[in-house]
Ligand binder design. Sequence first.
Ligand code: ATP
Ligand code: MN
Length: 532
Amino acid sequence: MKHHPIVDQIISGTAEAHIQLSVEQLIEKALFNNEGQLTDTGAFAADTGEFTGRSPKDKFVVMDENTKDSVWWGDVNNKMENAKFDKLLNDVLHHFKNRELFIRHSYACANPTYRLNIEVVTETAYQNIFANNLFLRPTTAELESENPEWLILAAPSFKANPAEDGTRQHNFTIINFTKKIILIGGSGYTGEIKKGIFTVLNYTLPHQNNVLSMHCSANIGENNDTAIFFGLSGTGKTTLSADPSRKLIGDDEHGWAENTVFNFEGGCYAKCVDLTEEKEPQIWNAIKPGALVENVRFYPGTNKVDFNNISVTENTRVAYPIDYIDNIAEPSVGKAPENIFFLTADAFGVLPPISKLTPGQAMYHFISGYTAKVAGTEAGVTEPQATFSACFGKAFLPLHPAKYAEMLGEKLNANPNINVWLINTGWSGGSYGVGSRMKLSYTRAMITAALEGKLNDVNFETHPVFGLAMPDSCPNVPSELLNPRNTWSNAADYDAKANHLAELFNNNFKQYADGCSDEILSSAPKSAATSQ
Ligand code: ATP
Ligand code: MN
């Protein structure tokens, strides 16, 4: 096995380098080191420590000759000087000396043309289980022959000194595109590892390979048709792509090359909050030996996970290899998509549960990347918070969003038969606090109907503010749910909220309007305020 030169150095400096351990061996180590415990179904449950989610403000990109003119600098991609990176790298390597470390070869991209070999060094065993489960797993022969290209060093117990190191606080994730290193310190949250490589691919694929990288899930139907589902966190990418009647390609990160869609990863990272066997059987059944469950709590006196307990974080997760799902595409590759879904969890309860987008609307909503978060309950505030995240993944984009939007636009123009749908997996019957979240079974039925062509011959009504085409009937869904205005007890309240949301869309879009065609601009919602 050939190591990255830095890993050779690390191995020679420590007495306890565990290389390419099996998951069973990693669990033994993790148990011995008190990183967590086994659940009743045989999964390993770990706590990730101080951080139970990513820390976007502590993400940096090294600015150098290669990146200075290409990276979209700003609060998504904070600048880090090369010299500061070198110093932190040295400090982390020093920190690794004489420590027990876990080293593993993995790769990203299920399409061999774009394969990216990765070597991961982690301080804890559970992080190494994560790397095994989420990335693609090389065969024994590949382990012998392949060279690692990118290096990930993950040191949760290392703390930076912000005054000296140029970080914001003690934790950081730094991407160095020239040295091909992701340096993670101060955080044990595994999502930093996963989304670090996603950020790398969001740079290299569009910039160097003319491949569109996407924050979406993907699956394949019985007729070999591919569907992709874009959406921000919590909108349903993982949940809705796990569909027993369709083969899963992947739940989060994909590339769209000329004629194929391929998964970057080899596993899924599913939310566990309120998980039930009845609603999400595929995810439920994946919580078995080898799966890594994060930040959950047990029913008192047992090792049975209480999925309703979010006392550590609402962001409880399970990481499992993709083949823990019954019906998967092997390899994780499909044809170019025939259907594209934009998922949004609209907590204002304004957007229709399903609507069909024109090409202009598709671009408008892709650039907007809207969802809404429900406010914390502490202060009794129930007003939802709108989030606009370009391309449904702004936090992971090292290039300007226009780059990805242009690429999607070209693909949609070249393939006019692709259907684009907007799905509101969020609220109906009122905003958060009054209405309720759309039933998962109804959302699934709407997506199935769209995929099976059952909405081809129904009538569509146009939304007065958003201009969206709303079907007036859909198999297995009560018709009165399809026009959101009908679900509110007071239509005037609905109209006011729809106008409010339209204004939020329009205000957000101003920053992107300059580079957009009339077709896209005329797809903006028409709030009462702007139409007068
Ligand atoms: P991330 O990018 O963070 O992985 P995601 O887009 O994959 O997020 P999911 O993990 O699928 O999001 O989360 C959707 C959550 O919302 C799940 O917990 C699911 O049970 C819940 N949910 C409730 N109602 C619906 C619905 N109508 N459609 C989809 N999900 C729903
Ligand atoms: Mn997901």
